[in-house]
Design a protein around this ligand. Structure first.
Ligand code: 15L
Length: 253
């Protein structure tokens, strides 16, 4: 895996990866400049995407709206954009796509109660928002481009990827910047992943989602949100309850 295109490279997770993904030559694309030499284009621009995909070994697709929005905007940016990325990757002969999916693709699944098994990596879709629907559709496109075109597609169901957990739910759902880079590196370099979905979380003491799918692709998280526990305070009772009850937390409200 030598040359990798990152879409959404100017965004929050794009910035984390730009600093931490080493050993690969990065090509950066975003609607905003993402540093010197980056490509300024949208993922819905077929010509720009074909050019950007030409000559790379893999695409890490982060680009899009990262939370709930109107149906029209989610459709135009996330759904059309993800189609644009897969189609350009196919036309350019790219062998692998790592897709930034989200816990919100499965956000209405109830979290397991104490002592119940952790939720597996391949939970069936139960989106909590239009945003979650766009992630389900992105995963479905990934399955199609794998089954029909033989592309390797690893979908990361990312929890809460921030410099530090932002609320009590984050003690279970946090993905640290360092672990995010380790996870994407594993997804880029593991042998023959085929199509799969993998939770994107750190080794959090309070996690309720499995780390088995990550381990299967060689992801070994090193961080634990628990170190932030003492400095976090509870939010509104409604948000806290949603965070305990459902995978997607307050997105289900
Ligand atoms: C996501 O998918 C969002 O992009 C992010 O902003 C957070 O809301 C995160 O999920 C989360 O569930 O904490």
């Amino acid at each position: 895996m030598e040359r990798v295109l990152i879409t959404g490279a100017a965004g929050r997770i794009g910035g984390m990866l730009r600093e931490r993904l080493t050993g690969v030559e990065l090509r950066l694309l975003d609607v905003e400049p993402a540093g010197s030499g980056s490509i300024v284009a949208g993922v819905t621009d077929p010509d720009a995407m074909l050019e950007a995909c030409t000559g790379v070994d893999a695409v890490v697709h982060l680009g899009g709206i990262s939370g709930e929005d109107t149906w029209e905007r989610i459709r135009d940016v996330n759904i059309e954009g993800t189609y644009g990325v897969f189609e350009a990757a196919r036309r350019a002969g790219v062998r692998r796509v790592v897709y930034a999916s989200s816990n919100h693709a499965v956000g209405f699944w109830p979290n397991p109660t104490e002592n119940a098994p952790e939720l597996p990596d391949d939970l069936a879709p139960r989106p909590d928002t239009f945003y979650g629907v766009s992630k389900v559709l992105g995963e479905a496109l990934g399955a199609l481009y794998h089954d029909r075109h033989g592309m390797d597609v690893v979908c990361l169901r990312i929890g809460s990827c921030f410099p530090a957990p932002r609320d009590l739910r984050g003690l279970a759902t946090w993905l640290s910047p360092g672990d995010c880079a380790r996870l994407v590196h594993a997804a880029l370099t593991c042998e023959n992943p085929g199509f799969r979905t993998v939770w994107g979380i750190s080794a959090n003491t309070r996690r309720t989602w499995s780390l088995a799918g990550g381990a299967a692709i060689g992801y070994h998280p090193q961080d634990d949100a628990e170190v932030f526990a003492a400095q976090l305070t509870a939010g509104s009772p409604e948000r806290e309850e949603a965070g305990r009850r459902y995978v997607g937390g307050a997105f289900t409200l």
